[in-house]
Design a protein around this ligand. Structure first.
Ligand code: GLN
Length: 547
């Protein structure tokens, strides 16, 4: 039984763990399936949390290129994590911390630091047990305080990188009581040329799991359609699970419908039965039904919002797409995002920008595409198009004003043009001193004071807000008075840091140094995004009256 002496963990706590692994190939949406199961358990009255395991060597996602990995999601404690954590926060309605994203890099770094400090008392430090103990400790600590913890192992079973995690899982299964541990394996069930559902890849991937001592309790098969009964029976037979433990995961047009689909499949009930939770779950008629009501609510028409970014990849701006969707849910419309390449502003993309009812300029690092972003902001300002600038988008709105309203030729952010004669965006003086030490990024949740009677006050309906940050540069305090002399106002501040900018000569022009998209939830849309969609609807109505 327990192979793990030093975690101090008491299995009698009765905490439930649902591990989720993936087979055959990546990108099957196992995170969404896992998060959806979690949502349903939360609806049934349980406190649910999640852990995402990323088997790469990066310590965190902060240094990763969005083009390869999608956006870097920022948590309230400043953790820069995998974008899947964003899905868990949105689906479960909880705030997580960096401890909920475990990477190989984080684990090894800690074990090696302990080794250097002599904490292993001269022992040979090895993957088993030292790394696996550390992994198990992290998972259990992250689960602390919840009834059910969903642990998603990134990557695909069989990858070299995931081995230490799967070994930890194997040990975990032995240490926990049977009804506290559940392994769900999500695999691909492809169609043959003549449309037959093929189970062989699933069989092979379960064989792979078994070869490392893991037997799945539940199998979820990804196919465009529902799995046929015969397919389920075959998978059950070859993979040694009951037929009732094989579930479909067909394509749905909206990921917010996955919880509904999972519920219709009965996956949540099976999980609860298997974990001995049925007695504690709310009766069906008393469960929280608000998610279903929200995502199936009738919507009245749609609006087009241009997103002017440099990555032709939805995942690179995932939380912005989501926040726009949430604002649409609140306003009762669908929001179509028109992607505008900030590098290609000269041709087709300019037309797309002109077709849009509203414009969002997102965050970013480095110079590529900033010219196009400034052009898009100018267009929004001159044509009264509702505009929202986020982080770099906020900074470029200040640059656009300095150049085109104040006539400061060559004004820029010192990040992009270190030689600019007007560094309206720069590091704060105290940051220059810190720069050598590397730690200059301002991360996580910080408070902003909002000026009364401003657009920002209107949008937030409050005199302060707390939003997540991820930036190095700031509005240069030396230029603030001059920048505000025109129709530009800094209506949100945190000490000498400018947090919100708006224009008084425009129907809706708002920029935020922070990233409100990271706090947006389906049932708690982010105020600046709601404000944007609201302003768009007003403008569209006005145009219709004029026409
Ligand atoms: N690159 C800018 C800065 O570091 C903006 C960062 C961002 O948009 N997240 O301040």
């Amino acid at each position: 039984m327990p192979t793990e002496p030093d975690t101090g963990y008491d299995p009698d706590l009765g905490r439930k763990f649902i591990f989720v692994t993936g087979g055959v190939m990546s990108g099957l949406g196992k995170g969404i399936t896992a998060a959806s199961t979690g949502r349903l358990l939360a609806n049934a009255g349980f406190d649910v949390t999640a852990v995402k395991v990323d088997p790469y060597l990066n310590v965190d996602a902060g240094t990763m290129n969005p083009y390869e990995h999608g956006e870097v999601y920022v948590l309230k404690d400043g953790g820069e994590v995998d974008l899947d954590l964003g899905n868990y926060e949105r689906f479960l309605g909880v705030d997580m911390t960096s401890d909920h994203n475990i990477t190989t890099g984080k684990t090894y770094q800690h074990v090696i630091e302990k080794e250097r400090a002599g904490d292993y008392l001269g022992k040979t430090v090895q993957i088993i047990p030292h790394v696996t103990d550390d992994i198990k400790r992290r998972i259990r600590e992250a689960a602390d305080g919840s009834d059910v913890c969903i642990v998603e192992i990134g990557g695909t079973v069989g990858d070299i990188e995931s081995m230490p995690f799967l070994e930890s899982l194997r040990q975990f299964a032995h240490e926990e009581d049977d009804d506290d541990f559940l392994l769900t394996h999500v695999t691909l069930v492809p169609n043959s040329k003549n449309g037959e559902q093929k189970t062989k890849p699933t069989q092979h991937s379960v064989k792979e799991l078994r070869s490392i001592g893991l037997q799945p309790d539940i199998l979820v098969g990804r196919n465009e359609e529902h799995l046929e009964q015969a397919t389920k029976a075959k998978i059950a037979q070859f993979c040694d699970v009951p037929t009732e433990a094989v579930f479909s995961n067909p394509d749905v047009e909206d990921i917010y419908h996955v919880p509904l689909m999972v519920e219709d499949e009965g996956l949540d009930e099976y999980v609860m039965a298997r974990l001995g939770l049925i007695g504690e779950a709310l009766p069906k008629s008393e469960r929280d039904n608000s998610w279903r009501e929200l995502v199936t609510r009738e919507r009245d028409g749609s609006v087009d919002i241009a997103l002017v970014g440099k990555y032709a990849l939805e995942d690179a701006y995932m939380s912005i797409y989501e926040a726009l969707k949430h604002a649409g849910l609140e306003q009762g419309v669908d929001v179509n995002v028109l992607w505008v390449d900030s590098d290609e502003m000269r041709d087709t993309h300019t037309e797309r920008l002109r077709e849009a009812d509203g414009i969002v300029v997102p965050g970013g690092f480095g110079s590529r595409g900033t010219g196009g972003k400034i052009e898009a902001i100018r267009y929004a300002r001159e044509h009264d198009v509702p505009f929202l600038g986020l982080c770099l988008g906020f900074q470029m709105a200040v640059v656009e004003h300095a150049r085109n309203i104040l006539g400061w030729e060559g004004a820029h952010s010192a990040e992009i043009d270190p030689e600019t004669p007007y560094p309206v965006i720069d590091l704060l003086p105290e940051q220059y001193d810190l720069q050598d030490l590397g730690g200059t990024m301002r991360l996580g949740a910080h408070d902003t004071d909002i000026q009364a009677d401003s657009l920002a006050a209107d949008v937030y309906g409050a005199d302060s807000c707390t939003e997540r940050h991820r930036h190095r540069y700031e509005v240069n305090p030396e230029y603030i008075d001059e920048l505000e002399a025109g129709d530009m106002v800094f209506s949100g501040k945190a000490g000498n840091r400018m947090e919100i900018v708006e224009r008084t000569d425009h129907p809706f022009f708002l920029g935020t140094q922070f990233h409100p998209e990271f706090r947006s939830r389906p049932d708690r849309a982010s105020p600046p995004f709601v404000g944007l969609v609201d302003a768009v609807l007003e403008q569209v109505a006005k145009k219709e009256i004029q026409a």
